[in-house]
Design a protein around this ligand. Structure first.
Ligand code: 5GP
Length: 124
C-alpha cells in the first residue's frame, strides 16, 4: 500500500492536529491515544512515512528502528509502568485491524492487562 500523506498521524506530525506529546526525538514522536484503553496508552510512531510494521521493518534505517525501540522503553519507564509491566502491540494490515496507515506501536500499562488476545478483542 502506498503511504497516504494525509493520514491522521501524518497530520499530527505536521502539527495540523493537536496531540498530547509524551516523547519526541529526531526519529520518533509519542503521544497519548485519543481513546485510551488502559490508564497508560501511548502511541509511538516513527517520523518517517512508513505504512505499517512490515514496511518499517523492511525499509527503515537501523537508526530509525533503534530509536523507536529505545523510545518505547524510555516512555514505559517515564510513565512508571516498567516495573509492574506493560504491553507493546502493533496492528499490521487488515487482518490485524490496523486503522491508521502510519506505523505505530501501542504501549499499554497501568493495570493488569489480562491475556494476550482475549476473545473480546477478536473481530467478528
Ligand atoms: P490501530 O487500530 O491503527 O492500531 O490504532 C489506531 C489508534 O489511533 C486507535 O487506538 C485510536 O484511538 C488512535 N487515534 C485515532 N485518531 C487519533 C487522533 O487523532 N489522535 C490520537 N491521539 N489518537 C488517535
Amino acid at each position: 500500500m502506498a503511504y497516504d500523506p494525509n493520514n491522521i498521524f501524518a497530520r499530527i506530525l505536521r502539527g495540523e492536529i493537536p496531540n498530547t506529546t509524551v516523547y519526541e526525538d529526531e526519529h520518533v514522536l509519542a503521544f497519548r491515544d485519543i481513546n485510551p484503553l488502559t490508564p497508560t496508552h501511548v502511541l509511538v510512531i516513527p517520523k518517517g512515512p512508513y505504512v505499517d510494521y512490515d514496511q518499517f521493518a523492511a525499509e527503515a534505517s537501523d537508526a530509525e528502528i533503534a530509536a523507536l525501540v529505545r523510545a518505547v522503553g524510555k516512555i514505559a519507564r517515564a510513565e512508571g509502568v516498567a516495573e509492574a509491566g506493560y504491553r507493546v502491540l502493533t496492528n499490521c494490515g487488515a487482518d490485524a485491524h490496523q486503522e491508521v496507515p502510519h506505523f505505530h506501536v501501542h504501549l499499554f500499562g497501568g493495570e493488569r492487562l489480562g491475556h494476550m488476545l482475549p476473545k473480546q478483542m477478536k473481530a467478528k
